[in-house]
Design a protein around this ligand. Sequence first.
Ligand code: SF4
Ligand code: MG
Length: 336
Amino acid sequence: MEPILEIKNLHVTFHTHAGPVHAVRGVDLKLAKGETLAVVGESGSGKSVTAQAIVRLIPSPPGRMEAGEIRFGGRDLARVSEKEMFQVRGSEIGMIFQDPMTSLNPTMTVGKQIMEGLMWHQSFNREQARKRALEMLRLVGIPTPEKRVNQFPHEFSGGMRQRGMIAIALACNPKVLIADEPTTALDVTIQAQILDLMKGLQEKTETAILLITHDLGVVAEAAQQVAVMYGGKVVESGRVNDIFHRSRHPYTWGLMRSMPRLDWKRDEELTPIPGSPPDLFDPPAGCPFADRCPHAMVICHEEMPEVSTVSDTHRVSCWLEHPQAAETKARAATPM
Ligand code: SF4
Ligand code: MG
C-alpha cells in the first residue's frame, strides 16, 4: 500500500556553540493509512527531533534539516512554503505533545483554540465552529462540554488538558496525527483511557498515527508497526510481532529487558543496558551501538551495517545479519 507519509534519508543537525550535534542521521520511515507506527528508543535517540522535522517545528537556529524528504500528499514538506506548511499543520497533520501546557495557549479558552483551527483552515463560521468544538470535547470524554468550552487550560486537570489537546489536534480530521509521548505524564488509568480514545478515533477516521514512546506496553497496546531508534538512526523496524517476538537487533533485545512491557509486573526487575548512548557531537563511523553491544565484532566499530531485509515487513541493520558473521565471530573467539 502507498504510504500516506514517507520520510526518506532525514538528517537533522543542531549547530551549538560546542559544535554540531548530529541528532538524526539518515532516518527512513513509512506510515500507512489507518495504522499506528510506534517510534521507540531511549531519550536522545532522535525520536522527537524526527517528529518535529516532519512538521518543520525544529527549533531553528540551532536546528537544521540538512537533508531528506518528507513525502506527504504528493509533495515534499521539507520544500513547501511556510504558508502551505501552516495549512498542513493546522488541518492535515495534527500534533499532541507530552506536556500540553507547552502547546496549549494559556491566554485562550480551550473552546476557542479548537474553533480557531476550524475557522482558519476549514472556513467554518463561528456558529459551526462552536458546535464542532462542543462535539469534539464530548468525543474526547470531557464532561459538561458547554461549561468547559469557555474555560482556560489552567482550569483543566492534567488528564483533561491532554484530552483538550487531542480535541484540538483532531478537530480538523487530520490524515496524520503525531503524538510525542502523549500519555507519559499521566497516571496509568488516564493513560489507558487516552490510548483507547486515540484508537477509537483512529478506527472511525482512518487517521494514521506516528506515536513516539519509550513504553513498550503502550506499543503493544496501540501500534501495528514499530521503528527502533538508536543514536539518530533506525536500527530495526517491523510489525509489532517482528519486534516483540522475532527481533534480530541486540539493541532491541536490551530495550525489551530494560523497558516495562504490557505483561510486566511491578515487582519484576528491569535490566538497564549498561553504558551510555553514543556521542552525537562525534558519531561513531560504525554501528552506533557497538560500544554497548555484547556481540560487537571488529567490523562493528569500523563500518555501519547495511539494512538487511529479514522479511517483507522486517528490516534490521546489524552485522550479525551478514552471511559471514558466524565465521567472523568464530575466528575472533579462536586464540591465535
Ligand atoms: Fe552489535 Fe555489531 Fe550488531 Fe551493532 S552491528 S548491534 S555492534 S553486533
Ligand atoms: Mg522526546
